[in-house]
Design a protein around this ligand. Sequence first.
Ligand code: GYE
Length: 324
Amino acid sequence: MMKRILLIICLLLILSLAACAPAPSPADEPYEDFIVVGFSQVGAESDWRNANTKSMQEALSEENGYRLIIDDAQQKQERQITAIRNFIHQGVDYIVLAPTTEKGWDTVLAEAKAAGIPVILVDRMIEISDDSLFNCWVGSDFLNEGRTAVRWMDQHFGDKPLRIVHLQGNIGSSAQIGRTAGLNEGLSSHPDWTLVYRESGDFTQAKGQELVEALLADGMQFDLIFSENDNMAYGAIDALKNAGLTPGKDVTIISFDASHTALEMVMNGEISFDVECNPLHGPRVEALIQRLEAGAKPPKLTYVEEGSFDTETITQSIMDSRGY
Ligand code: GYE
């Protein structure tokens, strides 16, 4: 009798455990059914970056046949190197790298190559001794973006005296290097433009605000802020407003990215000119992976086409049609 009762209890236990087990979902399916992609992302420092992460997640989704492992490096290259080593260790099918800075990738990418894992670079570029260490790259022409901004400044200020505050992005990143080089060209061809201040705001809103607040507290006089991304521009705008100044009137703001919030500020005149930098790389990376999967050789470098917007050219329909 006792044995029977025990047996029934056991059966009931097994049944109840089975009922608790969740139905198999795509996430439980073995890795072999998916293309596994390790994505080393720079961080979450800006609107651009968040739109970029979202675009990658949407394109490299399980419905599309991918298992995407994202590592957020919090803007630190050492963390990216560790993440890449982990991806190699896990035996991912592809490594996608959005590099923080340009230098310092030779060793770890040689390790990826030795492991036979293709590497796709996205967004910023790298400086490398052997370009067989990555398969392909897709991103923006940052020098051209800087030059576009200078062209606008030239059209609007010409040879008038102009005191410029320059908020740089992360030093050593392609986005900083290219945009800064563009401004430097403008400075050397316009003797009446003066660089009154140059400092890195790490592409963040908080740092942009902090830097401009400190300048205003020091009583520095300037006509224009050349901000290497929108988030630093938002911070700069807050600092100006808190000091009773009107951005767009008292101080001209030039920015990069042209994210949705920034274009609203172009609409209301606070930002005078914004150079587009398109973050929607997910589908582009997905297409590159598909070409590699098919055994084809994708183009080594793909530049994305980009526009620019000022208070005269921005319209509501441009804003409404934007995906970020
Ligand atoms: O402009 C900035 C971001 O590398 C293009 O990084 C990207 C830059 C972008 O943090 O907002």
